[in-house]
Design a protein around this ligand. Sequence first.
Ligand SMILES: Cc1cc2nc3c(=O)[nH]c(=O)nc-3n(C[C@H](O)[C@H](O)[C@H](O)COP(=O)(O)O)c2cc1C
Ligand code: SF4
Length: 441
Amino acid sequence: MTVLPGARGMDAVAASVAPLPAPPAGGTLPRLLPPAGRAEGLDAHLDRRGPVPYTGAPRVLIGDVRASGLTGRGGGAFPVYRKLEAVAVAGPGRAVVVGNAAEGEPASHKDEMLLALAPHLVLDGLQLAAEAVGAGRAILYVRRDVLRRTRIDTHISERAGTGLDRVAVTLIPAPGRFLAGEESALASLISGGAAVPRFTPPRVFQRGVDGRPTLVQNAETLAHLALIARYGPAWFRGLGTLNEPGTMVCTLRQADGSVTVAEAAIGTPLTALLDLRAASAVLAGGYHGIWIPAGTAARLTLSNSALRPLGGFTGAGVLAALPAGRCGLAETARIARYLARESAGQCGPCRSGLPSIAAAAGELAGPRPDPRVLADLSRWAGQVEGRGACHHPDGTVRFLRSALHVFAGEIAEHERGRCTGPGAPGFLPVPAGPSADEDWS
Ligand SMILES: Cc1cc2nc3c(=O)[nH]c(=O)nc-3n(C[C@H](O)[C@H](O)[C@H](O)COP(=O)(O)O)c2cc1C
Ligand code: SF4
């Protein structure tokens, strides 16, 4: 694991990356983030990584991506080569490639960190993905406030002046909304509409931006792609597990409230990432993820194979340790309210189901909840699942169900009129609400 400066309570591993032409050792961390956590400008990037390793033709890179086992780091862990193949079918010049740095999940900061520290790796990946599918258009979709903070526009302009990029890159600001990074919402916004998801099919790889086949890859996925193109699939497999190779950039929130972004090999024990001694539970996978009792989390690794049996997944690499003195029900209710507010409000399950679910979660978090609330919650959860245009209701229900299970003891306490953390301020970040300029457009 590699920890950026500012990490507390964890063993920071000194990182070293060999200069070109030799590739860095496959087992060395960090891979994506620059050593010592200093932002890498274009000259330093080219010195250390060399030029963009274009292959000269569409599809050539896809075999290496397949052999590497790279999966998407935006949440879904879908095999990248399959999307590349599906979009490459469009033929030269037709497809659009989008780098997704919307990072709508409030607890995640890894895409922002990548754009701040290793912008050229992401931009190399965007070019290589464009070449692999023969795309005629490349777009970087970045959350509006992150765009302002990272000044990614200056990096794009600098590259344009050097002739490094073969496809011009357009920067599109993403609204700071939870759903803005969902790929059909993203395609709608870039095509001139609102950033709301649409029913599928067609999927965006078939009809996306302006009706064209569109490859959407998370910013981190593109950065991995840029390294696979340079160093090859065997190098990529030098870290991670057989079935889930490589590293992930994770956002780690410790029980003491400190937040770090760290790159870790898939398969790393969660105890190497989170100090669980003062924690009662872990939230894995973000606000569509699951709660796990701290004792259980201490036996797990950072991998989908470890989390799936519990109904969870690594998602975009969010891991948060809930301090022992906090009420998990109160945290859950705050997040459920946020998720209900963040629905696009265009499908029945979200319009009527999520507000009722969030209100019930709020009642459970209060003193002496009506015992019927639990049954109501379970019934409503069943009614919204699988019925939306996107996975927002499903993710919300998954999160809620895990809370009912993990915080069953806390529910019993509330029924007796007691609470573990009465009146404590919220622990996990929840935006206050969309401001006027953070709407759906
Ligand atoms: C509700 C919702 C929100 C999402 N938000 C993001 C996001 O902020 N960033 C992102 O990269 N992917 C997000 N995704 C996943 C995208 O739809 C898409 O699958 C992903 O960008 C593909 O990239 P990847 O295969 O490299 O992970 C979201 C999905 C859902 C269902
Ligand atoms: S399911 Fe909910 S969040 Fe998804 S598109 Fe429909 S209303 Fe919007």
